[in-house]
Design a protein around this ligand. Structure first.
Ligand code: SAH
Length: 265
């Protein structure tokens, strides 16, 4: 007999499924078709601060919504609390959507949440999303790789640039001259990050960019040589969310730029 259709309140019912869905970088059109379908049939949505609120309009009117996000500067919401909430919700709902900015597995704690769900015996699925470190560059007209210019790309969190630099900083992946560096969560440490890259041997003339609100209508891009990017960013009043991009590909923006951005250079 299907436990779910049982009228006996003592019969344990099977938990629902938690879908860890990437919301994409901001522009709601960049949500995947699968993400769209799941949001439209979600019984409950648990979302982060970085998620575009417009996506919540897809969720059925009667469904519950939980905002578990934090903004830069605010205290980190204990991961355990989010995990416990997901487990609890899965015991009461069939379709739980955990909506995360960008891609759930790119600096999004999707791995930790998956492990917690597995340990609690809750079935889950991962729905990838377009990560901001790819999408914001595309909207800014900066190709992540380009033949003859950039043969690799490194994604790094700004909290870790220094601590993971090896003994020989010139050979660090962060400093490969033929590679593009994309720093997430680095705005608050921009000056230190630039100093570390220069120490590691990156030329002060390396083109750099800071992209704020990538793929949103208010996207802004500041470009400058590495030595001047921090000052230019502060002068422009960039407050984030923002990505730092370092590498020769940034110069291609002059030719490839296609989106008109107000207040950008
Ligand atoms: N999982 C997300 C990243 C979460 S970490 C993803 O795949 O995109 C949060 C950081 O992502 C922010 O500090 C910022 O550096 C970056 N970020 C997220 N959305 C952004 C956007 N629309 N524009 C610029 N940076 C963004």
């Amino acid at each position: 007999m299907d436990a779910r259709s049982s009228a006996d309140p003592d019969t344990p019912t099977a938990p629902g499924t938690v879908y860890l869905v990437g919301a994409g970088p901001g522009d709601p059109e960049l949500l995947t078709v699968r993400g769209d379908r799941l949001l439209r049939r979600a019984d409950v949505v648990v979302h982060d601060a970085l998620v575009n609120r417009a996506l919540l309009d897809l969720v059925p009117a009667g469904s519950e919504r939980y905002d578990v996000g934090r903004r830069a500067g605010e205290k980190l919401l204990p991961l355990e609390e989010v995990n416990a909430l997901l487990v609890e919700l899965a015991h009461h709902h069939q379709t739980v959507v955990r909506l995360k900015g960008g891609d759930p597995f790119v600096f999004g704690r999707g791995g930790e949440e998956s492990i917690a769900l597995r340990e609690a015996g809750i079935p889950f699925e991962i729905v990838p999303g377009v990560t901001s470190g790819i999408a914001a560059l595309a909207y800014a007209g900066i190709p992540l790789t380009h033949r003859g210019i950039a043969y690799s790309a490194t994604f790094v969190t700004g909290h870790r640039v220094a601590r993971t630099s090896p003994e020989d900083p010139a050979n660090s992946p962060f400093n490969r001259r033929d590679g593009t560096l994309v720093v997430y969560m680095g705005l608050g440490r921009l000056e230190e990050i630039v100093a570390e890259l220069l120490e590691g041997g990156r030329s002060p003339e390396t083109p750099a960019a800071v992209i704020e609100h990538g793929t949103y209508p208010q996207q802004r891009t500041v470009t400058a040589p590495l030595r001047a990017i921090a000052g230019a960013t502060r002068r422009a009043g960039i407050s984030g969310p923002a990505l730092i991009v370092v590498g020769e590909v940034v110069a291609l923006r002059d030719q490839i730029r296609w989106l008109s951005e107000e207040g950008s250079d």
